[in-house]
Design a protein around this ligand. Structure first.
Ligand SMILES: [Zn+2]
Length: 401
């Protein structure tokens, strides 16, 4: 029975907390979720909360590695770092960059995915092809030389790579609709980000498959940014379009620094647990001391400065986050009135559903992969299991590689 694991604690299920329950796993899969222990001769592993592993659809790096560094060591270093923060499945996310840098990144992620074992940390479910097709006025901290309008020959090459599962493009760019059409053909989850699109541009994107907007309120259009683009009458943009269209979803960086508690509360109350997910959007400064880092490729990325809580460009503009999903869950739990199982759903099952991997991941349900977290009363990560195997939190990538 050595291949059998039994967890005991308050089970975090998609729709409720089951107090004092048991989750049993065999050969890396969940075989039982319920009150009783089906294997009486197996000693249970006890925690306060037994939670599904977290799923991150927007993540750039950690532990001084960015996926855009483009080699397997960087990919593994970041994946182990995120596993220590409770993420068991993730989608490494491109920044802007050259075609060669994007190619190295996607190839390195493919290689790590092909040879994955639990000691490698979070598993890669696919790449989020995010940069380089951003609007010029919404590039944010991404390397600006690496931005461009969609180039058909280039995106056809990348979207044909089976590892690319999520695809972002700003809706107002020339060629965006062709990009969406192509991404839809290859079954990608399609999103609009780093964009100053108005309602009508979103609507045309929606018709070609756009269903999501990256990091709500960050690097996206607003009534005032559209006024700067078009003058009056003032126009609706991405915020209004997502709030209005029930088939659109979005994500928040709930680190407590990008968005105030009232915006997190507003997002949860207005968009809800099925259309809103948590992302880390973490960069390489996660788990690193304050100082200067590169956002994007180690050689050519933008210079950013970490103060230990936030990462900014030299002009003070906030860059992506430097926190793991455990931190996002704790912030969201304290900022909103969402019950705990709902907060955790937004970090597990909801992103898994959006990205199309919920048959295998995202919740404690019979038949799914045994990605299990033991959480303390205050939602700190105590133990992490990937496919039923315990991940070593001490040796698991703490040291930047
Ligand atoms: Zn990002």
């Amino acid at each position: 029975m050595s291949d059998v694991l039994v967890f005991k604690g308050d089970l975090v299920l998609p729709d409720r907390i089951l107090e004092g329950g048991h989750v049993a796993c065999r050969n890396g899969r969940i075989t039982h979720v319920g009150v009783e222990n089906p294997f009486r001769n197996v000693e249970s592993i006890e925690g306060k909360y037994i939670s599904p592993g977290y799923v991150d659809i927007h993540v750039h790096g950690g532990a001084n590695a960015d996926y855009m560094d483009g080699d397997s060591d960087a990919v593994l270093t970041s994946n182990r770092c995120h596993a220590r923060h409770g993420t068991t499945t993730l989608f490494p996310t491109t920044t802007t960059g050259t075609r060669q840098e994007l190619d190295a990144m996607t190839s390195a992620c493919q290689a790590v995915q092909n040879s994955w074992r639990s000691s490698d940390g979070a598993r890669i479910a696919g790449v989020h092809f995010y940069g380089p097709y951003f609007a010029e006025d919404k590039v944010g901290v991404h390397p600006v030389e690496g931005r461009r309008d969609p180039v058909r020959e280039e995106y056809e090459y990348f979207l044909r790579k089976s590892i690319v599962r999520i695809a972002t493009c700003a809706a107002e760019l020339p060629g965006a609709l062709d990009f969406y059409r192509f991404a839809q053909r290859f079954g990608c989850f399609i999103t609009c980000g780093h964009s100053n699109a108005h309602w009508g541009e979103l609507e045309r994107g929606f018709a070609e498959g756009v269903r999501h907007v990256d990091h709500f309120w960050c690097a996206m259009s607003s009534v005032s940014s559209l006024r700067a683009r078009f003058g009056t009458p003032m126009r609706a943009g991405m915020e209004q379009y997502v709030l209005h269209n029930e088939d659109m979803s979005t994500e928040v960086i709930a680190d407590g620094y990008h968005l105030s508690d009232e915006l997190l509360k507003f997002a949860y109350d207005m968009i809800g647990q099925y259309r809103l997910c948590l992302v880390t959007d973490a960069n390489r400064a996660l788990d690193c001391p304050p100082g200067e880092y590169r956002f994007g490729p180690q050689g050519s990325g933008s210079i950013v400065i970490s103060d230990g809580n936030t990462v900014s460009d030299p002009n003070g503009g906030l860059a992506s986050s430097m926190h793991g999903m455990d931190h996002m869950v704790r912030t969201m739990a304290s900022a909103t009135s969402a019950p705990l199982h709902t907060t955790i759903r937004m970090a597990s099952l909801t992103p898994a559903e959006l990205a199309g991997i919920s048959a295998d991941h995202g919740s404690l349900e019979v038949g799914k992969t045994a990605d299990v977290l033991l959480l303390s009363d205050d939602l700190e990560i105590e133990e992490v299991y990937l496919g039923g195997e315990k991940f070593d939190l001490q040796d698991g990538g703490k040291t930047p590689g």
